[in-house]
Ligand binder design. Sequence first.
Ligand SMILES: [Zn+2]
Length: 321
Amino acid sequence: MTRKFRRREFVGAAAAGALLGPACLGKQNKDNRPFSASEVRLEFLRPKEIDEAQATCPTIFQPLGTIEWHGVHNVVGVDSVKAHALCVRAAKKAGGVVAPALFGGVGGLAQPHTFVMEPENSVFSNLLRPWLEQLCREMARDGFRAIIILTGHYGAAQQIVVRETAVRMSRALGIPVLGTPEYMLAIDVNYTGDHAAWGETSLMMHLYPDTVELSRLGEPPHKGVGGRDPRESSAEDGRLLTETIVSRLATLARNMPAWDEKKLDAFIDAEAALVGRQLSAPRGKGSVWAAWRNVASAMHDYGRHLAEENFEQIKSSVAQL
Ligand SMILES: [Zn+2]
């Protein structure tokens, strides 16, 4: 019997209400040695290493971003390379593998060296949504039991498309699929998302220090930058944001494959409530950002609640958006 057939039986067991998958061994591997995957990037793994990674922790990360102007001080690939680096750090901590980052998504600034694949504020995605759906289907078919889609690019429509697709694929595949921007995991450490400003620039100063040139910034206004003055960025702030985000991603990656049906349903309910609110708040005509006005206070503890599996708390926070 092949591994694939056993996996299929596993899906059948999940449908019957059994555990969805083995709990990740976290920092211990099968031989009880500390977990230390030297390579977690899927495209650099051979079949045997993928089998071992799946046996230890069947979680896969999918980083998302695009090619977009990020000020004169940052590289244009910030969103994808930042999301990828965060996922790699989480996988090295918890287990799991990281799929290659996707460059391309919904929106992008009207600035040079930006590839706009779909309109900025359109939630009617024809490219990203079906691509993500098929990626999730293939990941599940290959034996992964949990998927974390982390988008480092976060226009409102991009966030909605990613989270809505994740919720629908969780339902359709019967495994947890989380689709979130990384800043949502760090609101309680004062990062509410920005564009090439203090948050993203600090993250890059920590993750890829050689790529940031703060000296190229003149006096404000800084062209194509949105948020707190990037001249206040520091590698130390980036380290704090990184540690918060990575520790939550690692906890999720470790635990998600073992969620039972009840937990999966509670997770889906909370995430569906969040994206439902984000989608419906404009009432079909207002700003697509309508559900973000209160995000700093209403979703202050989203990252902690998610990692601690307090899905009811998330659901009640959504009511305040
Ligand atoms: Zn960005």
